[in-house]
Design a protein around this ligand. Sequence first.
Ligand SMILES: [Zn+2]
Length: 240
Amino acid sequence: MIVAARAVAALVLLVAGGFGWYELVESPRSAAFAPVITHGRGHVVALTFDDGPTRGVTDRLLGVLERERVPATFFVVGGAARREPALLRRMAADGDEIENHSDAHVHLNTILSARALDAQIAGADAAIAAATGRRARYLRPPFGARDAAVLDAARRRGLRVVLWSAMLDETAPHAAPAALAQRLTGGVGDGAIVVLHDGDQGRGDAGERAYEAALAPRVIDALRARGFRFVTLDRLVGGS
Ligand SMILES: [Zn+2]
């Protein structure tokens, strides 16, 4: 009985510790490693899409954004960008922004070597430049995981670190699309940076997150109904 109680106590501590760690280094709310961008201002919203591009998902999403005339910001994974340069060129032609989500979607704050950390950031920059001739201006660290070394590495490459203000909290949906779109947009206020995923960690397959890009039309409709306009990330926070 005592052993069981101690095991439960240890488990509680472990979970609390894990949550505390998340709150400290990965949550957008954490101020431990500042400054990071989590929102802008004005009655506008930036729609951002992480973890792609993914063939069959990102192209369908681009069709929606083109039809709705909504500019978006894509945080691409370097490896995925090298596989699908034509999708990056289509984003660029549409007026979408293309930004850095690392080369292989790793926890950047677990990389001990400064050179390896730089390579994770430089690799995605190079993939974006090779496909489009453009230079990324923002880094969104995968999982929001950051520390002083990550912020320094971003600064050395001239990238501002950006997180988000609204994201779905589950990787596999347990609710209908209408309910998920409502959950995502319900808390959106002025200047929000909204995250959806058009891939699964850049693996070339949307996996459990295939439903997220498909929510875009509902999310756009819901936010438009509240009078929001859509802008790219740099339009939302640029110059500040
Ligand atoms: Zn990601």
